[in-house]
Design a protein around this ligand. Structure first.
Ligand SMILES: [Zn+2]
Length: 871
């Protein structure tokens, strides 16, 4: 799965202890049948249930309102044990119609989302449970003309009765009773289609053993395209109706799938293991893609690109297809045993997709891309008290959503590159081949892979794994300079948690003196690992490889040197490394915000690499608002605005012009600056000497150089109007009212109206808006809520919004239960990010003190989001 944008669970110790119970012993009944799938239930069930087959039928009508009726026949073997059999089915009680066990009717009742079957009805060997039900709609994603399932991580049981845990794999046989105008796709091929009375009964062949979260189907008004590339048959369902778009993209989509599949067959030495290869393009989809074997689901816009796509768009598409195709082996064929290892399938899909898609794009600096996309996001979590290890404790499947976050998406890929460095690329490949072969069609844990890799590489890995995968946090690494017979430079390693831990890694260190530059590999905290120089070091760069990980603090000479010379450095990767380090040094109080701003301001004017410029612009804005005081901003505003205006006016490429405009409108605080922004809003265009056309964000497009000014898009104009209102610009009310009238897109207008109260100058309007968020229905459009919270808590108006912090914290538990898996983290981050006051800090501390039994996963999210308040 790929989020397309972005956790944790600490479990009561008793559950962990209980998992060791042998199957025949009595278990704690309240955990066993608790809501969700507890680790206790999962462990017991894994030991006793096997050879599972599901025979499922769903009857689907047109539209999204009439219920989906279904039947399930579950066949399985049962081992010894005393506990009743638990089948998961998380629906309202009425949805369960009939239950029969081995031909005898049983009670159709639900307890905590489970059907509990009396042991006496079951046989020690073969069993057959038949269930009549109405499917819950939660994960059927119903629309007027189609529906699709999305069961990851534990939502299969909201649609049909099953054993909803990844290590009980089942063979699924599906039948779909659908309207005659509908098409459908599932994991396996269709074997028969019987039409009668304007209905079609589609039957699919039995799948190979797959986990419940990987079972999937989509049905509705779709078009089917079939294609064979060098013997590989592929099928695609889509709803594209615009002329030309499909022709422009289909060929490439099939080619990318074909080449990813062939690459993986070669790398893994395992031929494509499932019965067919297909994909469905869904107009709105929660993620960029989801790797159901035989039927990968994609967000439509991730694969169907606009005319003349940018390099980045093409690279993202190729990477996404490679990522999801890699999951066929890493995740589908070999699956994690429990969701605490969900990071493992993600990290290998990412690792493979870099290898598969990267070489097709030689013009992209992939090392820089990796650095800028992973390190800052990993550090943002890992430097906080709320950080978590890559492998997190998970006591119940219902909390699996909290596992996803910055650490598994960003730190895990970083440490995987370390692993490759230790084992060597070849040995890693060989180890992975053994692993995939040994655990095919089954489940494995991270530790299973570690032992195989130790064997294939001949390198001990358990200590590395313990520190980088199982422990939370990162080292703080500081240079130590001693002056004896020249200068000797080594590194001290500190553990921010206050204990003594050592993270094994090698740094490629560079030391610059007045007349010399020395480079060497150093191990932090190793007594005999140092560099000597004859002259005093002017600048010590702890690591120039872009592979080391930690907080690298500068000594005072280096801080001074970089503040002066960073803009002179040409190499993009080194510049990226240093800017990331600069920011960490700012957060840790080594670099003053004013110095960061001054150096970044100079460097932004000379950086030509777009990846670097985008990264630095983002940090530049963040430092402006979150680290500089209002006085410091005021002192620098005239010059900063003039620089950004100049860059915007002279940028030749529309995408660059837009990017400068975005930074300018975010930073502007002077009256004349706001007047200027208001004039841009009025004209709806950006100035410039060159005539350029197009209004598509994200980069230059060939053929876009048509005469005409750069027009601001509807989104940009809305944001500009809201920004002017937020900043208290005189006449903003009028601008907001006029902007409303300008908006043509209906959804954009709804969003604009939703967000507008958050920038109101009237406290009563803002209060009423915040109160409205208590109703879950008003939080359904999560991106709208986050946009509004960003304005509500903007640093410029943070003081007036402090009163919303406590209620926002109090709502967090409910938000977890009603929102998407990423929403609690984003809600609390958007709330706290703009605040810096002692009062805000006290509010968070008091909340945590007053709630000693607060859920551990959410507590960590709060600590992550509040980190800047504690510094
Ligand atoms: Zn994935």
């Amino acid at each position: 799965m790929k989020s397309g944008s972005p956790l944790l669970l600490l479990l009561p110790v008793m559950i962990l202890a209980a998992t060791a119970l042998p199957a025949c012993k009595k278990v704690d009944r309240s955990d066993y049948i608790a809501d969700g799938v507890s680790k206790l239930l999962a462990t017991y069930r894994f030991e006793t249930v096997s050879d599972v087959k599901y025979n499922l039928t769903f009857k689907i009508d047109e539209g999204k309102d009439s219920p989906v009726e279904g039947t399930a026949v579950i066949e399985f073997s049962l081992g010894a044990g005393r506990e009743p059999l638990v089948i998961d089915f998380r629906v309202p009680e009425d949805n369960l119609r009939t239950v029969s066990v081995n031909g005898r009717s049983a009670a159709a009742a639900l307890t905590n989302g489970h059907i509990i079957v009396d042991r006496r009805l079951l046989s020690r060997r073969y069993n057959r449970v038949e269930i009549g039900f109405r499917a819950g709609d939660l994960s059927l994603n119903r629309n007027d003309e189609y529906l699709y399932t999305l069961f990851v991580p534990d939502r299969a049981s909201t649609a049909f009765p099953c054993f909803d845990q990844p290590d009980i794999k089942g063979r699924f046989t599906l039948a779909l009773d659908i309207p005659a105008g509908y098409r459908a796709m599932s994991n396996n091929p269709i074997v028969s289609a019987d039409t009668a009375d304007s209905r079609v009964m589609l039957r699919f062949s039995e799948t190979r053993p797959i986990s419940t979260y990987l079972f999937a189907f989509a049905a509705g008004k779709f078009e089917l395209v079939e294609k064979e590339v060098e013997g590989v048959k592929m099928e695609m369902l889509h709803r594209e109706t615009r002329a030309g778009y499909l022709d422009n993209n289909a060929e490439e989509i099939f080619r990318l799938h074909y080449s990813a599949l062939k690459w993986l067959e070669e790398y893994t030495q395992i031929p494509y293991p499932f019965d067919k290869f297909g994909f469905v393009l869904l107009p709105p989809f929660q993620y960029s893609g989801m790797e159901h074997p035989g039927s990968i689901f994609y967000r439509f816009s991730s694969l169907i690109l606009e005319a003349s796509p940018t390099l980045n768009e093409r690279l993202s598409r190729a990477s996404l297809i490679a990522h999801e195709t890699s999951h066929i082996w890493f995740g589908d064929l070999v699956t994690m045993k429990w969701f605490d290892d969900v990071w493992l399938k993600e990290v290998f899909a990412g690792y493979m997709s870099d290898k598969i898609a990267g070489p097709d794009f030689p013009d992209v600096n992939h090392d820089l891309k990796f650095l800028l996309s992973r390190y800052p996001a990993a550090y943002d979590v890992d430097r906080t008290r709320g950080t978590n290890p890559v492998i997190q404790e998970l006591g119940n499947m219902k909390d699996a959503g909290s596992l996803y976050g910055g650490i598994i998406y960003n730190k895990a890929p970083i440490v995987m590159r370390q692993l490759e460095q230790i084992t060597g690329e070849e040995n890693l490949m060989k180890g992975l081949q053994v692993y995939l072969k040994k655990y095919s069609w089954g489940n494995a844990r991270w530790d299973d892979l570690v032992s195989i890799l130790e064997e294939s590489s001949g390198k001990p890995l358990s200590e590395w794994s313990r520190m980088w995968i199982k422990e939370a946090g990162m080292p703080v690494i500081t240079p130590v300079i001693s002056e004896t017979d020249g200068f000797r430079i080594s590194f001290r390693e500190d553990d921010p948690a206050g204990t003594i831990r050592h993270w094994p890694q090698t740094l490629r260190t560079m030391v610059i003196t007045a007349n010399d530059t020395v480079t060497a590999d150093l191990e932090p905290a190793e007594r005999d690992s140092y560099i000597t120089t004859a002259e005093r070091p002017l600048c010590i760069i702890p690591d120039i490889s872009g592979r080391a990980y930690g907080t690298f603090l500068f000594d005072s000479l280096t801080a001074k040197y970089l503040a002066e010379h960073l803009p002179d450095i040409q190499d993009p990767l080194l510049k990226g490394i240093l800017w990331i380090n600069m920011y960490e040094n700012l957060v840790n109080g080594v670099i003053r915000p004013a110095d960061f701003h001054a150096t970044a301001s100079r460097d932004l004017q000379v950086i030509t690499d777009l990846q670097l410029r985008n990264y630095l612009s983002g940090r530049f804005s963040a430092v402006w608002w979150n680290w500089l005081s209002a006085e410091e901003r005021a002192a620098r505003a005239v010059e900063t605005e003039a620089i950004l205006r100049g860059k915007m006016a002279s940028a030749e490429n529309p995408a660059e012009k837009r990017s400068w405009f975005g930074t300018l409108s975010s930073l502007t605080v002077t009256q004349s600056g706001l007047d200027y922004l208001a004039s841009l809003w009025k004209s709806g265009t950006l100035p410039g000497g060159t005539l350029q056309g197009g209004n598509i964000q994200g980069g230059a497009r060939p053929g876009e150089n048509l005469p005409g000014p750069v027009r601001l898009s509807e989104d940009e104009l809305c944001t500009l109007a809201l920004t002017l209102a937020l900043k208290g610009y005189t006449g903003a009310d009028r601008i907001i009212a006029d902007q409303r009238k300008r908006i043509e897109n209906k959804e954009r207008l709804e969003r604009f109206d939703f967000v507008t109260p958050a920038v109101s100058a009237d406290a009563a309007v803002r209060d009423a808006f915040f109160e409205s968020l208590r109703d879950p229905a008003n939080r359904e459009r999560e991106p709208w809520v986050l946009e509004a919270l960003g304005y509500l808590h903007h640093p410029m108006v943070a003081e007036r919004s402090e009163k919303y912090i406590l209620p926002s914290l109090e709502m967090l538990e409910e938000i977890k239960s009603t929102g998407d898996i990423f929403f609690p983290e984003r809600w609390i981050s958007a709330t706290l990010e703009g605040h810096r006051s002692a009062e805000a800090r006290a509010t968070v501390e008091k909340f945590l003190d007053d709630n000693p039994d607060y859920p551990a996963d959410l507590k960590l999210k709060i600590l992550q989001a509040a980190d800047h308040l504690f510094r």
